[in-house]
Design a protein around this ligand. Structure first.
Ligand code: ADP
Ligand code: MG
Length: 507
């Protein structure tokens, strides 16, 4: 268990994360305006009357975003609510012209109910982290305060873009249930898992740098062995794994020090100060906002049928965790290879395409990808992104190319060294399939044993002292003979065959 040593003893950490991911969809959650905003798009060009909160405009729920939430819910093993509601969270701030944010209230089940994901806990064992809920809501716009000495600017392109907020569960009635995040490392692992699931399902880019994934971090501490949870603080709007870990640790130490000096921790909302890695109070509980939630009268309750859930379940791709298990169990890959090949869905898809259901190919394809292709990303069109390709851009090596190379080796048509040569020629822009390249450059493995035997005899005759040494026990010299035979055959002999033949001759 992760603990922090204080003056009075060891303390443990209790962490709750509220993670916002921006849902991928063409249009916003309640309007038809484009949801694909980015810094290059001119401000306030993707704002509908609904987003601008013109009087009398009515929100229309985007069904696709609901499908996305359901998909994510199924990905985290959650209950999908057959009925959920939208409420107005009221506050005035110029980033949201409505004067309220449409969200889903926490006191009734939102679209995604109780679920869980698994991480590797600090003790090295799998650990379930329970999730209380995930709800849909609107994002706010962006304010710019530093562009002019006396003016602030508002860009509403992001206003109304769909967010899914995922909240971890803390079993307050049962404080010994430890299915919550209890260290900075576990917080990072949890977030990475959320990101992996969101990306694999195409629900979100979940990219912290670009802000499509952000987290509010709740932290409390308690002496090891203490049964009850204590007051937590919430640090808002964190956008980097590193900052989140620093903030958790700083906040935990601050609380421990407070308790040990006889003070009490108050339920404050904190801000993180990037400069020095500290937290400070943004607002205290006394100024806690009363949002006066009430059901949005413009939106009907969201009813989800079993059929809809089943339809979505059927379209779900395999999640990376299951893919890794399949690579290990069916293909016999080791954990490292399985992890590398499931870093993104595009990579595992490339791998699966190259293997093409022929399990015997899997290990070699994995080796080619990990040792060669990952080193040459420019020749390895792993993403599905459509981009303009200049004519002088490198040749793309396809999954079919690697499958063919691997098959040629296992059929003894070429040896590993020749395969590598063909691969390098492809990197250098040689067109055509590996077979065509082998033909063009006369790369055929010599399998005719009488031809190989002639060469071996010659080399044995020319190196009597090495033969002597080998026979008197210096078996490491086998490599010397094999190397010479390979050299004499221009690298075309089958090294395994050469090995066997030399052993027999000298043995
Ligand atoms: P709010 O609605 O005020 O943000 P929630 O009850 O929704 O509060 O909780 C927000 C997050 O804080 C959840 O992830 C929850 O598990 C976590 N949390 C609640 N109590 C504690 C505590 N004592 N220590 C650490 N985290 C907590
Ligand atoms: Mg909160």
């Amino acid at each position: 268990m992760y603990t922090i040593k204080g003056k009075t003893g060891d303390w443990e950490l209790v962490i709750g994360l509220e993670t916002h991911i921006e849902v991928l969809s063409n249009s916003k959650i309640f309007s038809g305006a484009s949801a694909n905003y980015n810094p290059t798009i001119a401000p306030n060009t993707q704002v509908s009357m609904v987003d601008a909160a013109m009087p009398g405009m009515l929100p229309v729920l985007n069904d696709y975003c609901v499908d996305q939430a359901i998909k994510f819910g199924l990905g985290i093993n959650a209950e999908i609510s057959r009925i959920s509601r939208f409420a107005r969270k009221q506050y005035f701030y110029p980033d949201l012209p409505q004067g309220y944010q449409i969200s889903q209230p926490a006191d009734r089940p939102p679209v995604v109910g109780r679920g869980w994901i698994e991480i590797i806990g600090d003790d090295g064992n799998p650990k379930k982290i329970f999730i209380e809920r995930a709800h849909l809501e609107q994002d706010a716009g962006k304010l710019k305060h530093d562009a002019h000495p006396t003016k602030s600017f508002a860009d509403y392109n992001r206003t109304g873009v769909t967010l899914l907020e995922i909240v971890t569960f803390l079993d307050t009635k049962n404080p010994e249930n430890n299915s919550y995040i209890s260290s900075p490392d576990e917080a990072e692992k949890y977030l990475r898992k959320i990101r992996e699931i969101a990306r694999a399902l195409g629900v979100s880019r979940a990219n912290m740098e670009e802000g499509s994934m952000r987290a509010d971090v709740n932290v409390s501490v308690r002496p090891v062995g203490d049964k009850n949870f204590r007051t937590r603080t919430e640090t808002k709007n964190m956008v980097s794994f590193k900052f989140i870990k620093t903030a958790i640790e700083y906040e935990a130490r601050r609380q421990i020090e407070t308790y040990e000096n006889g003070g009490t921790v108050t339920q404050d909302t904190m801000r993180y100060n990037q400069g020095d890695g500290t937290t400070s109070v943004l607002r205290s509980k006394e100024d806690a906002l009363d949002y006066r939630y009430f059901p949005d009268p413009d939106l009907l309750p969201l009813v989800i049928t079993d059929e809809r859930i089943e339809r979505i379940r059927r379209t779900m791709p395999e999640l990376p965790e299951a893919t890794r298990a399949r690579y290990i169990n069916t293909y016999g890959l080791n954990e490292y290879d399985a992890a590398r090949l499931t870093e993104t869905v595009d990579i595992s898809h490339w791998f699966d395409t190259a293997v093409g259901g022929k399990n015997e190919r899997a290990k070699s394809v994995a080796n080619w990808m990990i040792s060669e292709l990952f080193a040459h990303p420019e020749n390895f069109d792993i993403t599905n992104e459509v981009r303009e390709r200049a004519t002088d851009e490198p040749r793309i090596i396809t999954p079919e190319n690697i499958a063919e190379l691997v098959d040629m080796i296992s059929a003894n048509e070429i040896n590993g060294k020749q395969a590598k040569e063909i691969f390098i020629k492809m990197l250098d822009g040689e067109t055509g399939s590996p077979k065509a390249i082998a033909d063009k450059f006369g790369m055929k493995q010599i399998t005719d044993t009488s031809a190989i035997e002639k060469v071996i005899d010659e080399i044995i005759a020319n190196n009597p002292s090495q033969v002597e040494q080998y026979k008197s026990g210096k078996v490491g010299l086998l490599g010397f003979f094999v190397g010479n035979v390979m050299k004499a055959t221009g690298g075309k002999a089958n090294p395994a065959v050469v090995n066997e033949m030399i052993k027999k001759k000298l043995g």
